[in-house]
Design a protein around this ligand. Structure first.
Ligand code: URA
Length: 233
């Protein structure tokens, strides 16, 4: 596959077209060790491009898991909270987006990528991708809830019942809940619909991807190839 040199510089460094042209003009770009000033030069797969003698490479698609702490938001930062993107120190972070947001007070697994098709598999309501949460509640849980969550609940302001969800009671005030959709504040609203209140919420798993127990809150790592592939349609 061939690619134009100026496009390659922009995509591998994040420089604008005009700054890439300036770098070329100044002789800061070499291809296979030879200074090149021609922006339209076609590179081949084997070409080695340097910028001020440092090798620059195209970024492939990126897939990241983050252990979100409380107090961070999953959108652009506001006056009060930082965005989770501040925790991910990678090049061109502005090209990444979150595949399924968590509330500011929720902790756990957040997937981050620049692959829109991949994140669509995670977030599209039609794909029914499972998300498992560990939920801590204000009031005790009862066994009857298992059938209620499996049958679907009427949430305030929604016309349709929630899709069948799997509730596993862990202790009097803690449960694991697996849902297959992602409505706004869904888990909190499901427990509100049965007269309880969520006081702690932690996402443990999305599809087959479990939060890595080695990651402390605020830490992240790249997904393995198997984890990435597990989300494919
Ligand atoms: N459901 C909620 O209510 N909040 C979250 O952050 C995630 C799911």
């Amino acid at each position: 596959m061939t690619v134009r040199l100026d496009k390659y510089i922009c995509e591998s460094t994040g420089l604008s077209r005009s700054l890439a042209k300036r770098a070329l003009k100044r002789g800061e770009i070499k291809v296979d060790g030879i200074m090149v000033k021609d922006a339209s030069l076609q590179l081949v797969d084997e070409s080695v491009v340097t910028f001020n003698d440092e090798i620059i490479q195209l970024l492939g698609a990126r897939y990241i898991m983050l252990h979100k702490p409380q107090g961070y938001i999953c959108s652009t930062q506001d006056e009060v909270h930082l965005s989770v993107m501040n925790l991910v120190d990678v090049a061109q972070v502005e090209k990444l987006h979150i595949a399924g947001r968590l509330d500011v007070d929720t902790t756990g697994l957040v997937l981050i990528t620049d692959d829109g098709q991949w994140s669509h598999q995670v977030t599209s309501p039609k794909k029914h991708c499972a998300k498992r949460y560990r939920v801590t509640l204000a009031d005790p849980l009862t066994e009857e809830l298992i059938a209620q969550f499996a049958a679907g609940l009427a949430l305030r302001g929604e016309d349709q019942l929630t899709l069948p969800a799997q509730l596993e009671i862990v202790s009097s005030h803690q449960a694991l809940l697996t849902i297959h959709e992602g409505k706004y504040h869904q888990v909190k609203r499901m427990f509100a619909a049965v007269g309880n209140k969520v006081v702690g919420l932690h996402r443990e798993q999305i599809g087959a991807i479990a939060l890595d127990g080695e990651l402390a809150q605020g830490e992240w790592r790249e997904l393995t190839a198997a984890e990435v592939a597990s989300i494919q349609a």
